[in-house]
Write a protein of this length. Structure first.
Length: 213
């Protein structure tokens, strides 16, 4: 088994991540403050299951478009809410968000369209939810900096110079985790080195051993 642990500060909050073979689903404690907070899975239609059937990697499809058109939204079911199927950013985008009066950088690494068939289970924030009908959601994988910037313009300059430092290499979450207040800073291609954490998570997710936030 391979265990990867990250303990990184965002302001006064700590992030602890455990991937692959650490005694349960993918566990990450994300700070409860700020736009990047994980949203509690109070989703209409989601039901917990004590004996979940892991989501097969065969039903995970890549989605690289900037957002989902209305026709794509209509093709899904009603298990996940519409906001889980739309993102105004695309892969490679860099955005800034405010937390505790300063700004941090978030970089969109991957956007996966995950199809969940009726009866299958997906782990969201450590809780298994079993789909009552066929549906899908977008999973956004992102990296983050510490809130080191006093203004959006400082964050923009660091993005242009590629001088900002990654403090959290990968967090997989729902589209609602990217706050409405996120400000677009720029876009440049995602490298293979940036995807190391994503690849570990995806391998575990495909085996039903990891979840999302």
């Amino acid at each position: 088994m391979v265990c990867l642990r990250l303990r990184i500060s965002i302001g006064a909050s700590a992030v602890a991540a455990c991937l692959l073979g650490c005694g349960g689903p993918h566990q990450v404690h994300v700070p409860s403050d700020g736009k990047t907070s994980a949203v509690a899975p109070t989703v209409a239609g989601l039901t917990s299951d004590q004996s979940p059937e892991p989501l097969s990697g065969q039903n995970m499809q890549r989605q690289s478009s900037e957002s989902q058109p209305d026709s794509a939204l209509e093709s899904g079911g009603n298990f996940f809410p519409p906001e889980y199927k739309f993102l105004r950013f695309k892969e490679g985008d860099v955005v800034a968000f405010e937390t505790k009066g300063k700004y941090a950088i978030e970089r969109i690494l991957k956007i996966d369209r995950v199809t969940v068939q009726s009866g299958q289970t997906i782990n969201i924030q450590g809780q298994p939810f079993t789909a009552t009908e066929d549906d899908y959601l977008l999973v956004v994988s992102a990296s983050f900096s510490n809130p080191d910037f006093n203004t959006v313009e400082e964050a923009r300059l660091a993005t242009q110079n590629k001088s900002w430092r990654v403090q959290i290499g990968h967090v997989p979450r729902r589209t609602t985790g990217v706050g409405d207040g996120a400000v677009y800073l720029g876009n440049y291609p995602v490298t293979e080195d940036e995807l190391s954490g994503y690849n570990l998570w995806k391998e575990a997710f495909d085996k039903g051993q990891a979840g999302i936030f």
